[in-house]
Design a protein around this ligand. Structure first.
Ligand SMILES: NC(=O)c1ccc[n+]([C@@H]2O[C@H](COP(=O)([O-])OP(=O)(O)OC[C@H]3O[C@@H](n4cnc5c(N)ncnc54)[C@H](O)[C@@H]3O)[C@@H](O)[C@H]2O)c1
Length: 424
């Protein structure tokens, strides 16, 4: 990443000094040669080295003194136990701090390496300790994860999907955006912690996509079905498949389709003697989310529970395989008193498989359903919000003595006071 950054920043008009602990890498740069094999990199390094825009040194103090911004892109490998090894990051922070002791002008340190939340904070502390300077007065820290891929690194550098800037310093944020002038991107300013974590979420999702597609492919091969034709069709669906749909943290999935179809698909794979750990883990993960919601309710030790929304999602009266019905059933089994509000569920009008399902799970449902929202909340100690309906939004303010557990992100912000979100 260091070599690509040198080349691309120079192409965008900056004068860039590379610093590496490996002297051979610095020597190569000072001969106008790239340190990696990568499309277009040789020409860029040579061109801008000849123009005097690129050089390298081993002494980070000199580099810090001569520049406004330090871009940290040292390696962050895994330790044998799986933990992230941040030694190079902290060593670099120490060097920057020691150099800043002798510098009067404002200096920005940008962490581009992939690091877990908390790292930028510690980098700030190390720089402050070693420089005697004050963060956000004399220097600032910016988290700016890099999204490029090897093999198309130069192209990716100039066309990132987004550019995430995580900082608590407006001036540094502006400077970093200016540094990327000429790059085709949208700048997204956020907290340092989100900026640090997003790269892990991205890469884990990318890895999940690869493993999912491979498991689907393995099943296709067994069935003599063309996996690439199938996945090409799959990728044409930008409404549900390749979209933000289904990617909001919240409660478990349910209903008459997803659980049944996931179960049938993974069982078919098993019948072909295929190992499909990703497919097999989906229902387990879903059960875990139900357990999590149950534990949150039980933790409160309330005996009077209100449930706002019973069907498997809002806007329907379908109760089949609703995870909320399961939650209600367990709470009843534990001796809780339940009051349920769902304006789509009219017990006397339920019919067919829907009625059969609820008769089996909560046979006396009609005694629990109340069509007055305020009555349900008023008489409850804990209220579980399971549908994202506007009428539920301000209930926690209206009823300060009731504890609210939100499974669907009914409002902005995180858990506080009498309001608790399942994963926020
Ligand atoms: N390779 C990628 O495609 C890619 C993409 C995005 C993000 N990243 C992240 O960027 C970081 C760097 O990745 P990379 O592939 O360029 O790693 P790399 O191992 O190729 O390069 C890291 C460089 O840092 C140097 N270094 C180590 N300690 C140093 C120190 N104290 N001072 C100066 N230099 C030091 C090493 O000698 C090495 O040349 C990692 O956090 C990685 O996860 C990599």
């Amino acid at each position: 990443m260091g070599c690509v950054s040198l080349a691309c920043l120079a192409k965008n008009g900056h004068t860039v000094i590379g610093v590496d602990v490996v002297s051979q890498k610095n020597d190569r740069i000072n001969l106008g040669k790239a340190t990696i094999i990568e499309k277009d990199i040789d020409e860029l390094i040579e061109t801008y080295w000849k123009e005097g825009k690129i050089s390298a040194i081993q002494d980070s103090k000199e580099a810090v003194m001569l520049t406004d911004i330090s871009i940290v892109c040292v390696g962050t490998p895994s330790n044998v136990n799986g933990h992230l090894n941040l030694n190079a990051i902290y060593e670099t922070a120490e060097h920057i701090g020691k150099a800043l002791k002798f510098k009067d002008s404002f200096h920005i340190t940008v962490i581009r390496s992939t690091v877990l939340p908390g790292t930028n904070q510690k980098v700030g502390e190390i720089i402050a300790k070693n420089s005697g300077k004050i963060r956000n007065v004399d220097f600032a820290i910016v988290s700016n994860p890099e999204f490029l891929r090897e093999g198309s690194a130069v192209k990716d550098y100039f066309n990132p999907p987004i550019t995430v800037i995580g900082t608590d310093n407006e001036k540094a944020s502006r400077k970093v955006m200016e540094m990327y002038d000429g790059i085709n991107t949208s700048f997204e300013q956020t907290s340092i912690e989100i900026s640090e974590l997003i790269k892990y979420v991205n890469n884990t999702f990318h890895a999940l996509k690869v493993s999912f597609a491979n498991e689907v492919g393995n099943i296709c091969k067994k069935m003599d079905i063309d996996s690439h034709e199938l996945m090409n069709l799959f990728c044409m669906d930008h409404q549900l498949n390749l979209s933000s749909y289904y990617l909001k943290p919240g409660f478990a999935f349910g209903g008459s389709c997803l659980p049944k179809d996931v179960t049938a698909f993974k069982t078919m794979a098993h019948d072909y003697y295929l190992e499909s750990p990703v497919l097999n883990s989906i229902m387990d993960s879903n059960e875990n989310q139900k357990k999590r919601a149950l534990e949150m309710v039980l933790q409160n030790k309330s005996k009077k529970i209100g449930i706002l929304g019973l069907s498997f999602k809002k806007g329907t009266d379908d109760l089949r395989h609703s995870p909320i019905v399961e939650l209600a059933e367990i709470l009843l089994g534990k001796g809780c008193t339940l009051m349920i509000y769902d304006r789509n569920v009219n017990v006397s009008r339920l019919s067919g498989a829907n009625k059969a399902y609820i008769d089996e799970h909560i046979p006396h449902l009609s005694k629990l359903v109340v069509d007055d929202l305020d009555q349900v909340v008023n008489k409850s100690e804990t209220v579980v919000i399971t549908h994202n309906e506007p009428e539920f939004k301000d209930l926690n303010r209206k009823y300060p003595d009731v504890h609210f557990i939100d499974l669907v992100k009914i409002k902005e912000g995180g858990s506080s006071g009498n309001y608790e979100g399942i994963c926020w």
